[in-house]
Design a protein around this ligand. Structure first.
Ligand SMILES: [Zn+2]
Length: 239
């Protein structure tokens, strides 16, 4: 229990910026408060950035005081560096989704290193820092090759198949049916229907007391120390 509170304290500093932007969470004296009963959940977006959809999503998340995690395709990030910088500036987590969206399962060591390394280098150049977390395309990597990946990897626990169901209401319903505290939700910010669905889900779940945080914050809130080469499916770990 004590450990839980130590981690919670560390995570509060990560969360403070957004909490300050959310009037409902401010006490009369202006002190940030995180209610004990708050449930946390992470929205993740793959395959972007894309002009017209990603910027609309960023605007909507900002209005709602919600954070998310974006796993970027390197060649798209290179086309839209201003969107990548905006993600970081607005408190979102930026991650790596390979340079050209290759399937890492069955790929050679050289391809894995090239596809992951080139995107990492671009993100370092655009944003500073290093060690950008990886979501392997399709969530797949050949067992045994994880040791080539020097960062934590992120899968998901809720998949509304938004790339197939390009219907906002269907995507919203698929998420709401399966979401629970500490879920990691998979979406793609390259479809208008997915952007609309994400913002509806934020409105619905915030009204139920959920708070939208990055994957890094979600793991931290659960006392999970992210490790290189591990694949995380929920906020409480790998299972
Ligand atoms: Zn993808």
């Amino acid at each position: 229990m004590r450990k839980h509170w130590i981690f919670l304290g560390l995570c509060i500093s990560l969360l403070l910026l957004r909490v300050e932007e959310a009037p409902a969470n401010l006490a009369a004296d202006g002190a940030a408060q995180i209610p004990a009963e708050t449930n946390y959940v992470a929205l993740t977006f793959d395959d972007g950035p894309r002009r017209g959809t990603t910027d609309r999503l960023l605007e909507g998340l900002k209005e709602r005081g919600a954070s998310a995690t974006f796993f970027l395709v390197g060649e798209e990030a290179e086309r839209y560096p201003e969107l990548v910088r905006r993600m970081q500036a607005e408190g979102h987590q930026v991650g790596n989704h390979t340079w050209s969206h290759v399937r890492l399962e069955g790929a050679s060591t050289a391809v894995i290193q090239e596809e992951v390394g080139k995107t990492e280098e671009l993100l370092e150049t655009l944003l500073g820092g290093s060690g950008y977390w990886l979501r392997p395309p399709y969530g797949l990597i050949t067992p045994g090759t994880e040791k080539l990946v020097r960062v934590p990897m992120v899968k998901w626990s809720v998949d509304p198949r938004d790339w197939e169901n390009k219907n906002t209401d269907k995507v919203v319903q698929a998420i709401l049916k399966h979401v629970k505290p500490n879920s990691i939700i998979l979406l793609h910010d390259i479809y208008d229907t997915s952007v609309d669905a994400a913002l509806k889900v934020v409105d619905t779940l915030e009204a139920q007391g959920y708070c939208f945080v990055t994957v890094e914050e979600l793991l931290c809130l659960n006392g999970v120390t992210p490790e290189a080469g591990e694949l995380y499916r929920t906020g409480t770990g790998t299972t």
